[in-house]
Structure formats: structure tokens, C-alpha cells
Design a protein around this ligand. Structure first.
Ligand code: SAH
Length: 346
């Protein structure tokens, strides 16, 4: 029988497990408040030896191993390459902000979405991560850095809404007061725009921050950069975003990576302003990170600022994202890809 990772259980499921083992429900709290702090069931010393042995017959505690760690000399950003139990690799990035330490976590091994500017999708998708594997990135990064992480961004490798059930489970687990106790308001989830899942997420009404990777305001341009736009064109995406804001009363953050001579024209800024004016939207402008395989180039700084000003003049809320970890390939999928390239080059 395949064993289950105890960290893959919600509090309710841990309670059910206790009952199925003939244990009093209060044991659930005992287990839950230890499981995220220890590395093995044997270390949960508040439980009897017998109970630990019984639990170990069907369950285990998973731990990621850190395969590589790169620390930015510029800003202290740390990029981790974690190895999963089955030998697959994922990345997480630790960033220091004024509002607290933030970890960018992966939600899948690889990605199937095919965005042309993104390194994570180059080898396709291998598999979804479990809720526990998403969570263990936080535990491992805290152990490696010796620092507490207070904010999570789901902007690493993978499309979180293409792994909806596990991601929702992860959100419930990480938020529980006896686990890592990270408030929903300290969690952002970024999607390339899987429209039906945006509606589903709105129904759940978690007060997290939703980010939408828009990157282009015209269908033809967006479809060329992001194949998902064929299935869910801009009109349907924008409708879903407006519905989300209305239902949850939460602001949506729009990600827009500026690529030189591609999506950085005045016409693009004007179209974007007309699509999102007067709503609870915030535009995050990101100078695109160069990825060896894509050939895209960054828009230069003066041009980025002109684009931003054009949006602001038309009443939009737009900021330019500070680049962290640019000396350590901290952008999406770059370290995993680089490791694969190295393996291929060998
Ligand atoms: N699949 C999700 C989350 C992962 S990507 C999504 O698409 O939103 C996290 C963010 O990094 C997305 O906004 C993505 O578009 C952006 N990104 C990917 N490659 C990039 C690059 N080379 N330069 C700048 N941003 C990039």
C-alpha cells in the first residue's frame, strides 16, 4: 500500500484519521501542531511509541532535499532547486521585502501552458505537485535560511489553476493556525488565465490576492505569446476578472512583462487602460527577463516609465516591479532549465 504524507492532510482529514485509528479527536490537534515542525513521525514525541508505529504503517512525513542554492550578492534573494522524492526538480525563490520574507513556490513539475517567454514550460509538464509538496517548499526554505516566511506567492513553476484541487488544499493547510498559520491576505496566486477556474476560485472566496498574467491587450498578440488565449480569449478573461473582483471585493493584480518592440507600444498602453479603467485593478509592469531560448529583449527603462505614465494618466494604478535576484537567474524556471541544459550539455 502506498503511504500518505501526513502534511497532505487538512485538519479535518487528520481528525478523521485519528478516529479511524481509534484515537480521541483531540489527538488531531496534537499531531497537526507537530507535523509541520518535525522531519519524521518518530519525532512527534507527544504521541506514544505505539501510536507512532501504527501511524507509520500508513503515513510518513515528506521532506524535500535542497539540490542547489544560489544566494544573490545584490539583494539576498535565495533561489532553491529542490529535489522531490521521485527525483524531479522544482524551484522556489526566497525574497526579502520590507513587508516580510516572501517565498515564491512552484505548483507543478514543468508547465503545459506554453507561454513563449517563459522558461518553465520548455520541457512541458511532468506532473502536478501535491499540497504537501507545495507546503514543504516553505518548510525547507525556512530551515535553509533560518528565517520565518510570512508571505507566499504562487508564481513559481507551473500553472496553479491547472492543479486546482491540490492548490486549494494547500491554501487550506497553510492557513490553518496549527500548521504554518499564513494568512490568506499574505498569499498571492498567479494564473495565465484559465477562465472557468477563475470563476471557481471566486466561489471559494478566499481573501488571497489573485494575479493575472495578461502581457498583451490584443487577442492576436496574446495568442501568439500565450496559447491559453486561444481557449479563453481576452473578452472572456476580462469578464471573469471583473466578476472575481465583484464577488470577492479583492483587487486583482495584472502582470504585464514588457518585451521590446512587442507589447510595449503606446497603442498597447491605451488599450490596456481602456480595458481596466475604473476597476479594482493594479498593473504590475515587469521588464521581461531574458531567457536564452526565447530571444525576447527587455524594454529599456525610459520606455518602461513612459508606458507606466501613459497608464497612470489614463487613471490606472501601475507600478514597475523591482527586479530581485537578477544575478542568480531568479526568474521563473530558469534554474531548473539551466540544470537540465547542463545535464544535456554533459
Ligand atoms: N502560471 C502562472 C504562474 C507562474 S509564472 C502564471 O502564468 O501566472 C509567474 C509570472 O512570471 C507570470 O506572470 C509569468 O507570465 C511571468 N514570467 C514568466 N517568464 C517570464 C520572463 N521571462 N520574464 C518576466 N516574467 C515572466
Amino acid at each position: 500500500m502506498e503511504k500518505t504524507d501526513l502534511r497532505n492532510l487538512t485538519f479535518e482529514e487528520t481528525k478523521e484519521l485519528c478516529i479511524s485509528l481509534g484515537q480521541a479527536p483531540f489527538r488531531a490537534k496534537q499531531i497537526y501542531s507537530s507535523v509541520f515542525k518535525v522531519r519524521s513521525i518518530d519525532e512527534i514525541t507527544t504521541l506514544s511509541k505505539d501510536l507512532r508505529a501504527k501511524l507509520s504503517e500508513t503515513h510518513y512525513i515528506g521532506n524535500l532535499s535542497c539540490a542547489r542554492k544560489q544566494v544573490s550578492k545584490k539583494d539576498g534573494t535565495v533561489k532553491f532547486l529542490f529535489e522531490l522524492a521521485d527525483g524531479n526538480f522544482i524551484e522556489s525563490v526566497f525574497m526579502k521585502y520590507k513587508h516580510g520574507n516572501t517565498l515564491c513556490v512552484s505548483s507543478q513539475v514543468g508547465c503545459v501552458m506554453g507561454c513563449t517567454f517563459c522558461a518553465s514550460t520548455i520541457g512541458g509538464k511532468v506532473r502536478n505537485l501535491t499540497a504537501a509538496e507545495i507546503l514543504e517548499q516553505i518548510i525547507a526554505a525556512e530551515a535553509e535560511t533560518g528565517q520565518r516566511i510570512s508571505n507566499i506567492v504562487m508564481m513559481g513553476i507551473g500553472e496553479p489553476l491547472d492543479n486546482f484541487d491540490n492548490v486549494v488544499k494547500f491554501l487550506k493547510i497553510v492557513n490553518h493556525p496549527d500548521s504554518l498559520n499564513i494568512g490568506y491576505r499574505h498569499i498571492s496566486l498567479s494564473t495565465c488565465g484559465i477562465v472557468p477556474k477563475i470563476y471557481e476560485l471566486a466561489e471559494l472566496n478566499f481573501p488571497i490576492t489573485l494575479s493575472v498574467s495578461l502581457h498583451a491587450p490584443f487577442d492576436e498578440m496574446r495568442t501568439e505569446m500565450m496559447p491559453v488565449n486561444k481557449a479563453y480569449p481576452l473578452e472572456s478573461l476580462i469578464r471573469a476578472m471583473k466578476d472575481y473582483v465583484k464577488k470577492t471585493n479583492r483587487r486583482i493584480s495584472i502582470e504585464y512583462a514588457l518585451i521590446r518592440d512587442k507589447n510595449d507600444s503606446a497603442a498597447c498602453a491605451d488599450k490596456l487602460a481602456s480595458q481596466f479603467s475604473g476597476g479594482l485593478f493594479h498593473i504590475n509592469l515587469i521588464p521581461v527577463n531574458n531567457v536564452r531560448e526565447t530571444g525576447y529583449k527587455k524594454t529599456d527603462t525610459t520606455h518602461v516609465l513612459a508606458f507606466q505614465n501613459r497608464l497612470i494618466k489614463r487613471g490606472l494604478n501601475a507600478t514597475v516591479r523591482r527586479e530581485l535576484g537578477s544575478d542568480i537567474d531568479a526568474a521563473c524556471g530558469q534554474l531548473r532549465k539551466k540544470t537540465q541544459n547542463l545535464q544535456e550539455d554533459r
